[in-house]
Design a protein. Structure first.
Length: 178
């Protein structure tokens, strides 16, 4: 007895269903490639400064992202430039005048090691980030900023913790000192 073409199709369909499904690796590799490219492209959106448990930063609602620049970190006890201890906070507060000599020497050294100034940097000065505790005396902050400005680091940014804006509140934008 011969089998009709319709019965053959049904038989082949039943056999296909019984077989173990195969994993399509090409589609899986495409998905992972797209995922890796997406992660690589979107990785640079967030700039995070290394936190220091001795420095508690103030809060900010500014949307502007910081650039990677020279960092002056002021803890409860010390003033550091790029992680190198420069001077104690006590001696900096006891000094006379508006600038800090040791900090100025270190900033001049860092400027000498840096590449030549671009046209924009000539106009606005070299960029620097000051990372200080939220309870630091204003007198010390003013001296550090004055010293930075005197050594041609006039594009000053203050490091803060990002605090997302609530929709009902009017946004406060942190000004960038120049």
């Amino acid at each position: 007895m011969s089998i009709s073409p319709r019965e053959r199709r049904k038989y082949r369909a039943r056999e296909r269903v019984k077989k173990q499904p195969k994993l399509n690796l090409v589609a899986l590799m495409d998905i992972f490639t797209i995922l890796v490219l997406f992660l690589m492209v979107n990785n640079g959106d967030v700039e995070v400064l290394q936190s220091d448990k001795n420095v508690l930063l103030p809060e900010s609602v500014s949307e502007q992202k910081p650039k990677l620049e020279l960092i002056v970190k002021i803890s409860d006890t010390d003033i550091l430039v790029q992680g190198r201890g420069i001077e104690s906070v006590e001696s900096a507060l006891e000094q006379e005048g508006n600038s800090l000599e040791k900090l100025a020497e270190e900033l001049k050294y860092q400027a000498a090691r840096a590449p030549a100034l671009t046209e924009e940097e000539v106009d606005v000065g070299r960029a620097i980030v000051i990372m200080a505790d939220h309870e630091m005396p204003y007198k010390l902050l003013k001296r550090v900023m004055t010293t930075c400005a005197q050594t041609d680091y006039r594009n000053i940014s203050l490091a803060v913790n990002s605090n997302p804006v609530v929709a009902e509140e009017a946004p406060l934008v942190a000004a960038r000192g120049e």
